[in-house]
Design a protein. Structure first.
Ligand code: 5GP
Length: 114
């Protein structure tokens, strides 16, 4: 059992505003939202970073994007647009070492990112 904050959210040891859950994936609102819509989509499997994804994880990683697409539609940002972000390690600013896909929307984003 992992001890990241996201493992604790999966185990329901700490609360989160959950917006999607199935046996493999959990999605919940970010505690410090960077946009009007800011959801974190995570695998229940403990994968620390993108560097730790294996071949066998390909369907699971694909599912994170399918959940992102579904939630974008539900939150009415599918047509206006949204950004999906997965930070890996320190230079990208990864703070929680349990793989997570950020779904951000409801405002315009600049490019390149800071
Ligand atoms: P990272 O920088 O690792 O890509 O993103 C981690 C994200 O997790 C941050 O956006 C941060 O606000 C969010 N976060 C950290 N701790 C918690 C928590 O306890 N609950 C929720 N809902 N989000 C969290």
């Amino acid at each position: 059992m992992g001890d990241t904050v996201f493992s604790k959210i999966i185990r329901k040891e700490i609360s989160a505003e959950i917006v999607y859950e199935d046996d493999e994936v959990l999605a919940f609102k970010d505690i410090a939202p960077q946009a009007p819509i800011h959801v974190l989509i995570i695998p229940k499997k403990e994968i620390p970073t993108v560097n730790d994804i294996n071949e066998e994880d390909a369907p699971l990683i694909g599912k994170l994007f399918l959940v992102a697409k579904k939630l974008a539609k539900e939150f009415n940002i599918a047509e206006s647009g949204y950004r999906l972000v997965m930070n890996c390690n320190k230079d990208a600013g990864q703070a929680v070492y349990h793989l997570h896909l950020h779904l951000l929307g409801g405002r315009k984003f600049s490019w390149p990112p800071g």
